[in-house]
Design a protein around this ligand. Structure first.
Ligand code: HEC
Length: 306
């Protein structure tokens, strides 16, 4: 386990194992399985140890074989090894030459320039091709960029920014959709879009009409259409009453185990929109607290979160 190829073999082996782990072990996007999952890391460590162990065993096996060979065989083996390493050196030189096109030291006198500053002289080497083609690429890039953005006026930075913001907003919406229970006493909002309100009405019709009546006029439970509240109006209080229930023994149970947080937000919002409607048989107002919904000139509810 002393030469380059055995190191390369170990690295390749562990690399393949790493790819395999990342492919097979499920993680959130952008996260590494070997960091998130301790077993994956341990497994990779074991693979590494095995790979090293195999290389070490092969090396010592070769050693033993070498010492059991007779003189002639040993010579042939050495010659072969020497040939191999020579070939490797030649390959390295060729590659280096291709990358730099530099002159070997023995031929440098052919390209040395005539000026001489205090003994410092300059070689007129060819530009290394890797650098030269990189430079050509930047020119090409600049040309394409110029035509695309300054001649044809493709998107601007502002548009790019706006698009990214829109994408981020969509991602937030998506996240909220998948994590409905993010809504809690702190973050609950008065939602007034039609979808939410009709979903809220649905929840109300299924669960609440027995005590509050379909039109909110009240029965066992208080009238929900007036400005009087026993337990406080406004989205936060109403959400709290629905999720945690009313005063004990009064009949209003906590709904947080039956309804999702989103459903409670929807039905709470729906309940608020009942204020000011005229039920068929309204129960007398109950509660000391007065909470009035603000409405604009056209009767639309004004919410802070618009
Ligand atoms: C079993 C009957 C019953 C059912 C069903 C019921 N409630 Fe109630 N509700 C009550 C009673 C009784 C009160 C008064 C609680 C108190 O005084 O503490 C009340 C109070 C409330 C209040 C507070 C009113 C105030 O003046 O502060 C809200 C809001 C409310 N209910 C909404 C709902 C919603 C929404 C549902 C359906 C998810 C529902 N209730 C289902 C009986 C019921």
């Amino acid at each position: 386990m002393r030469n380059l190829s055995s190191y390369l073999r170990v690295i390749t082996f562990v690399g393949i194992a790493l790819l395999g782990i990342e492919y097979l072990v499920k993680t959130e996007e952008g996260k590494w399985a070997i960091i998130e999952n301790p077993y994956a890391g341990v497994f990779l460590g074991i693979v590494l140890l095995f790979a090293i162990a195999i290389e070490v065993s092969i090396a010592s096996l070769k050693n033993i074989l070498y010492y059991t060979m007779d003189e002639a065989a040993r010579e042939r083996y050495d010659a072969k090894q020497a040939e191999k390493s020579k070939r490797f050196v030649r390959l390295k030189e060729r590659l280096q030459k291709m990358m730099t096109r530099s002159k070997p030291v023995e031929e440098e006198h052919e390209i040395v320039l005539d000026h001489n500053y205090d003994g410092i002289r300059e070689l007129d080497n060819k530009l290394p091709p890797w650098w030269l083609y990189g430079f050509y690429l930047t020119i090409l890039f600049a040309a394409v960029y110029l035509v695309r953005f300054h001649v044809f006026d493709d998107y601007t930075q502002k548009e790019e920014y706006e698009q990214e913001v829109a994408e981020a907003k969509a991602a937030i919406e998506e996240y909220k959709k998948n994590n409905k229970d993010l809504i809690d006493l702190e973050s609950v909002q008065f939602v007034t879009n039609e979808d939410d309100l009709s979903a809220g009405k649905q929840v109300y019709t299924t669960n609440c009409v027995a005590c509050h009546k379909a039109d909110g006029g009240g029965g066992i439970g208080p009238n929900l259409t007036d400005k009087h509240w026993i337990l406080g109006g406004g989205i936060k209080n109403v959400f709290k009453t629905i999720s945690k229930g009313g005063r004990s023994g009064k009949g209003m149970v906590a709904w947080e185990n039956q309804l999702s947080a989103e459903e409670m937000q929807q039905v709470a919002s729906y309940v608020l929109t009942l204020q000011g409607t005229e039920p068929a048989q309204p129960k007398d107002p109950q509660g000391e607290e007065i909470w009035e919904l603000e409405r604009d000139g056209e009767g639309n509810i004004i919410t802070d979160d618009k």
